[in-house]
Write a protein that binds this ligand. Structure first.
Ligand SMILES: [Zn+2]
Length: 69
């Protein structure tokens, strides 16, 4: 299983991303993952609704947006 990482912009608190494994199996619209990362935290982790692990990392500088890979 490939571990996924979502990079958040420096000032982002909440995010919506797509679990790539769910997208493969169930389609893009079934793969949404939502979460939060408080500003004082640099990283976290979560799981999608089907239990795939996803790492959350805060990027140090602009601009980056939200990427899933
Ligand atoms: Zn998933």
């Amino acid at each position: 299983m490939v571990e996924q990482t979502i990079w958040l912009a420096p000032k982002a608190i909440s995010f919506t991303a797509v679990c790539a494994e769910c997208a493969d199996e169930h389609g893009f619209f079934a793969a949404r993952v939502e979460g939060r990362l408080e500003l004082e935290r640099a990283h976290s982790s979560t799981t999608c609704g089907r239990g795939h692990p996803i790492r959350i990392e805060r990027a140090n500088r602009e601009p980056i947006g939200v990427l899933a890979c």
